[in-house]
Design a protein around this ligand. Structure first.
Ligand code: FES
Length: 249
């Protein structure tokens, strides 16, 4: 028979709609069997104990990115974090940092999506549309491999020390997504498209502390993308000076 262990879940609760509300930890004592995830426990608390608890989830398979939060001080996905992985019987859950809290563990993702939208996160082509799909070699696909794995959970955004002091910074996720398209053999965006990140709120703002890499649950390395974009911007500048720059939009 599988033996359950008792855990205390302390969840930071707050309702931005309620003028009386102040952030406070609410405690729930739950028996958990090995293998149960933090998300499964949150569903139990909401379904069986307190229907007012707010959190996001969808796929329950570490694919949609909606259940990102701070779990015992670490940014991670609730659906892939097993409760028994911790050497403590107290699990503390908090909303993602660097965002406004809407309610409990639900944050307002608007600034994150604004930055994502800014970098034009899709293939840009000027050549005529081919009759067949554009094939990539294995090597070409490998170049973008890690960036394709990004699920836009915003763990990197929550971990970023620059965003804590500069909310208009483009952020690691948007930079990684831009690099994904810059490196894509099928993308034809002009060199000038990188200029959108060529300022003190773009790639030059990064402190290169690698917190985004530590926080990513999908092993994406946004700092590598930022360094890659910096190099590309400098290279484009030199090519422009030498009159060799690619056409600008
Ligand atoms: S519910 Fe989709 S990533 Fe966790």
């Amino acid at each position: 028979m599988i033996k359950a262990s008792a855990y205390t879940f302390k969840i930071l609760r707050y309702d931005a709609q309620d003028p009386e509300s102040t952030p406070r930890f609410a405690s729930y004592r739950i028996n958990v069997i090995p293998g149960l995830t933090v998300l499964a426990v949150l569903n139990r608390i909401r379904d069986e104990i307190d229907g007012t608890l707010a959190f996001r989830s969808s796929c329950r398979s570490a694919v949609c990115g909606s259940c990102a939060m701070v779990i015992n001080g670490k940014l991670d996905l609730a659906c892939r974090t097993q409760v028994s992985a911790f050497n403590t019987d107290t699990i503390i859950l908090e909303p993602l940092p660097n965002f406004e809290v809407i309610r409990d563990l639900v944050v307002d993702m608007t600034p994150f999506w604004r930055m994502y939208d800014k970098i034009q996160p899709y293939l840009i082509r000027h050549s005529p549309v081919p009759e067949k799909e554009i094939l990539q070699s294995e090597a070409e696909r490998l170049r973008i491999d890690q960036y394709v794995n990004c699920i836009l959970c915003a763990c990197c955004y929550g971990a970023c020390p620059v965003l804590a002091r500069e909310p208009d910074y483009i952020g690691p996720a948007a930079a990684a997504k831009l690099e994904r398209f810059v490196l894509d053999s099928r993308d034809e965006r002009p060199a000038g498209a990188l200029e959108i990140l060529n300022d003190e709120k773009g790639v030059w703002a990064c402190d290169t502390l690698f917190r985004c890499i530590d926080a990513c649950p999908k092993e994406v390395r946004p700092t590598d993308a930022i360094v890659g974009l910096r190099k590309a911007i400098v290279k484009n500048r030199f090519q422009k000076m030498l009159g060799k720059a690619k056409d600008e939009a």
